[in-house]
Design a binder for this molecule. Structure first.
Ligand code: AMP
Ligand code: GLY
Length: 426
């Protein structure tokens, strides 16, 4: 079978790497891909949001399955369009992807399904939101733009003044464009964060080992939010008993509710959770593999990913044998461009990739890279996801940073503390 992967990030490199290992797969294409996906598959010069050209390519090249990686094409309905054209596609429908596409929709769904989440209010404009802030007592709050904003539309505020400023950025300056047409203001939760990803065909739910992302730019979780500066898996923050509770309190009611609402969810359901003293609470849902969580997860997955994806698309996940995992933990360190998450410089030649690749139990996944005149250069903010397995989390971390040391380009940097949150647990 031929497979087409849509997207160009580290997640898509990991998907291409894993899918290319399936004995049932002949050719893998990635649209548009990056310098790393070109090593595992054939890059196709079509943007990830160009549904018409994606469909044409899939038809012309006998694609048996299209895997849509990023949220934007999912929320725009690419999976529906592929299916309408008679093609098989992995990922949720437009109606189901609204879980990520609209935070108002997500919060209302959580409330109806009785899933634990932060208390919240929604607003149709800045004026309403500001008058709400005036009327209530001073507490830490989180202000969120409703729509997709690449992880940047969420502002954690210590009090009223900061919350006012956040509303002003969303509704006054319209920094997030139409994504800011509605606003959510919610209670600020305290605890450890964890990412629990599940694969579901709308009926059966298969949870993947819990992972932990590092959203803040700098060590000790300081600095602005990013798309994620590193991840590791499994995380001791979620033990087996807690995973059972998360399945029962969060995943099952969500999947049931989406089915009852005639928006059956098929694909990867990613629960961003805060583990509070009162138990797990949902911060957000994503409707796809997390980036960078996907990299350590797939590094550990032994089961053929095609078996999982096809069973999901065909609605027979209940027949799938239990997933097999490498027992060793995996740590992924993101190397970024100078200036990220703000303005950054591109086009610097990346050296040392071959030396890093020679290290045992290491895989360097590319995110923001391109090949220009035979050299790999940085073209994105998050450039590489350097991922390693080890007998313990500390050893996986050591190996990942050993690989990071081999790689250099002008301005390259990374967090030095990826996976340290695991210390003091388990
Ligand atoms: P989201 O995109 O909704 O996951 O938010 C991005 C990040 O903002 C999360 O990973 C948390 O670190 C933080 N965050 C979001 N909502 C809350 C909340 N209610 N309380 C505390 N932190 C939050
Ligand atoms: N790692 C967070 C995300 O993929 O949204």
């Amino acid at each position: 079978m031929n497979v087409l992967i849509v997207g160009n990030g580290g997640r898509e490199h990991a998907l291409a790497w894993k899918i290319a290992q399936s004995p049932r797969v002949e050719r893998v294409f990635v649209a548009p891909g990056n310098a790393g996906t070109a090593l595992e598959a054939d890059n196709v010069d079509i943007p990830a949001t160009d549904t018409a050209r994606i469909i044409k390519f899939a038809k012309d090249n006998g694609i048996g399955l299209t895997v849509v990686g990023p949220e934007a094409p999912l929320v725009a309905g690419m999976v529906d369009a592929l299916q309408d054209a008679g093609l098989r596609a992995f990922g949720p429908s437009k109606a189901a992807a609204e879980l990520e596409g609209s935070k108002v929709f997500c919060k209302d769904m959580l409330r109806h399904a009785d899933v634990p989440t932060a208390d919240y209010h929604t607003f149709r404009d800045g004026k309403e939101a500001l008058s709400f802030l005036e009327d209530r007592e001073e507490t830490p709050l989180v202000v969120k733009a409703d729509g997709l904003a690449a992880g940047k539309g969420v502002m954690v505020c210590s009090g009223r003044a900061e919350a006012r400023e956040a509303v002003e950025r969303i509704a006054g300056k319209r920094e997030f464009g139409d994504a800011g047409n509605r606003i959510v203001i919610e209670e600020r939760l305290v605890g450890q964060e964890a990412s629990v990803l599940a694969i579901t065909d709308g009926r059966t739910i298969i949870t993947l080992p819990a992972a932990q992302d590092h959203k803040a730019a700098y060590d000790n979780d300081e600095g602005p939010n990013t798309g994620g500066m590193g991840a590791y898996c499994p995380t001791p923050v979620v033990d087996d008993a807690l995973m059972d509770r998360i399945t029962e309190l969060v995943l099952v009611p969500t999947v049931h509710h989406m089915k009852r609402a005639r928006r059956p969810f098929k694909g990867v359901l990613y629960a961003g959770l805060m583990i509070t003293k009162q138990g797990p609470k949902v911060l957000e849902y994503n409707v796809r593999f997390g980036d960078p969580e996907c990299q350590p997860l797939l590094m550990r997955l032994k089961t053929d990913l095609m078996d999982i994806m096809e069973a999901t698309v065909d609605g027979r996940l209940d027949e799938l044998p239990p997933l097999e995992w490498d027992p060793r933990p995996a740590v992924c360190v993101v190397m970024a461009s100078e200036g990220y998450p703000g303005h950054y410089e591109r086009g610097h030649i990346i050296r040392g990739l071959d030396d890093a690749a020679k290290l045992p139990d290491v895989k360097v996944f590319h995110a923001g890279t391109s090949t220009i005149d035979g050299s790999v250069v940085n073209t994105g903010g998050r450039v590489l996801g350097v991922t390693a397995l080890g007998d313990t989390i500390s050893q996986a971390k050591l190996q990942a940073y050993k690989a990071v040391k081999c790689i250099r380009w002008q301005g390259a940097w990374c967090r030095k503390d990826i996976s340290d949150k695991a210390l003091g647990h388990g």
